[in-house]
Design a protein around this ligand. Structure first.
Ligand code: NAD
Length: 458
């Protein structure tokens, strides 16, 4: 039962990337006094000037409004951050380690030690980044090393489930809040730190369930959720592989099994697979941690989930070779002399995030096979050009499709879903299309004279 009448704590968010910046801005919107901290001076300068350094629908307006309200400010100063916060949320990146498997916790370590050294009163440090189970206990020890023990600084864990593209809605109206705590004080501070979320829900006649548990369970909830989602996508992509050899249609199969509420139709679309800054690295780190703990066998299936996912990228290359009449030898196909339009670079629509994006990975494979690749993404061109400089980036869909022998739709932006196949057919050279997200109206494309290939469709 949540305690009532707790005063509103002052909040800080350390790491103002996709997660931390969205939180800082949305919690200021909910009425909290917030400081966002990052070591990246350029990012902090941009945020302070009212500009969100990434694309997230609705966030720019909230940023400007809350900077103006005086409830929100950004800094690169640990001391200022420590002074402001009663509750400090750690939102820094936890990328894949160079060895390819476990999570790199060096940013978490830097943020926690940098902050703890400057804290001068009792406070709560809450981990939000996605981490291996056991990290919260390790952070307690780190705090013990760097902060005055007399202050009684406590640690808690609250994993995050926001989806890029829906982040504002997910933060203001989460479907659950999970907290791992050791004491009633930490629990009541976390309740107070989320009271704005509960109050908003109450005014809208909704409830937000809060799961209060121990550190290890809270940490595992996040990676378990991601492992489940990744498995669901790879499951349907495995079905797509079978459909491809059996002459069946995975889109209808998915629809038909999804009517069973035990299965559900969300996250059940076959395509070029999952990507982004979370799912791929999280399932690898989860396997590595389970192995360390002696439960590696339990998660062996996640290796298969990863392989199914990566096979979808090569599948597009195979289909491209097939459509362009090129042989697929042991070294892959030779696509030299062809021009291919790649529509999409981000890992999902309504985002500019190209981290481990299947679209970009496929663009790289096509380029490596010798094709002249012209990519267009409504929001991702800039990030994509940094991540993959070897392809040409175009300012519009038409510019990418102009004179192309083949068009590949690899991110399901509305602009591509709603594209007119007749008009595009007039500027393309080849009228061959790969629908890597099964998001096009195949009947309309075929009627307009295109040779259409989806994923897992006859
Ligand atoms: P990001 O790369 O966009 O942001 C990380 C930020 O941390 C960067 O701005 C970086 O400059 C900053 N940083 C690095 N060292 C720092 C330090 N010592 N002090 C303060 N800031 C520091 O990453 P992200 O997507 O926001 O993800 C952050 C964490 O949240 C990851 O663990 C991720 O797995 C998790 N997560 C992300 C999402 C998502 O949709 N992006 C959702 C749920 C969980």
């Amino acid at each position: 039962t949540p305690p009532s009448g707790s005063p509103r704590p002052r909040l800080t968010f350390l790491g103002t990337g996709y997660l931390g910046a969205t939180y800082a801005i949305c919690f200021a919107e909910l009425g909290y006094e917030v400081v966002g901290f990052d070591v990246d001076e350029a990012k902090i300068a941009k945020l302070s000037a009212g500009s969100v350094p990434f694309h997230e629908p609705g966030l720019d307006e909230l940023l400007r409004r809350n900077l103006a309200s005086g409830r929100l400010r950004f800094t690169t100063d640990y001391a200022e951050t420590a002074e402001h916060g009663d509750v400090h949320f750690i939102c820094v990146g936890t990328p894949q380690r160079a060895d390819g498997m476990g999570a790199d916790l060096s940013y978490v370590e830097a943020a926690v030690s940098g902050l703890s050294q400057h804290i001068t009163r009792k406070a709560l440090i809450v981990g939000k980044s996605t981490v291996p189970v056991g990290t919260a206990e390790w952070i307690e020890q780190l705090v013990g090393k760097h902060a005055d023990p007399e202050l009684g600084i406590e640690v808690a864990w609250s994993p995050e489930f926001l989806q890029e593209g829906f982040a504002v809605e997910d933060v203001l109206r989460p479907n659950r809040i999970v907290v791992g705590v050791k004491t009633d004080w930490a629990n009541s501070m976390l309740f107070a730190a989320h009271k704005g979320v509960f109050d908003l829900a109450a005014t809208e006649d909704r409830e937000v369930p809060m799961v209060v548990t121990d550190f290890a369970t809270a940490e595992l909830v996040k990676v378990a959720a991601n492992a489940f989602l990744a498995t669901k996508i790879s499951f349907i992509n495995a079905m797509a592989e079978v459909c491809e050899v059996a002459g069946a249609d995975v889109t209808q199969l998915s629809k038909a099994i999804g009517y069973d509420p035990r299965i559900g139709n969300r996250f059940l679309q076959a395509g070029v697979g999952f990507g982004g800054g979370c799912l791929p690295k999280d399932i690898r780190a989860f396997q590595a941690r389970a192995q360390e703990l002696g439960a590696g066998e339990a998660l062996r299936f996640l290796h298969e989930v990863d392989l199914i996912n990566l096979r979808r990228r090569t599948k597009v290359l195979q289909v491209a070779a097939d459509l362009l009449g090129r042989r697929f030898g042991p070294a892959g196909p030779d696509l030299s002399g062809t021009k291919i339009a790649v529509l999409g670079a981000t890992f999902k629509p309504n985002s500019d995030d190209v981290r481990d994006a299947p679209a970009l990975a496929v663009a790289a494979l096509l380029r490596k096979a010798g094709a002249d690749v012209h990519t267009y993404d409504p929001q991702g061109n800039e990030n994509a050009a940094r991540a993959l400089p070897t392809v040409t980036y175009e300012d519009s869909m038409n510019a990418a499709v102009q004179d192309a022998d083949l068009v590949c739709v690899l991110t399901e932006w509305a602009e591509f879903r709603n594209a007119d196949p007749v008009a595009l057919g007039e500027i393309a050279k080849g009228k061959k299309v790969i629908d890597g997200r099964n998001c096009l109206d195949n009947t309309a494309w075929v009627a307009a004279g295109w040779e259409y290939r989806g994923m897992g469709r006859p």
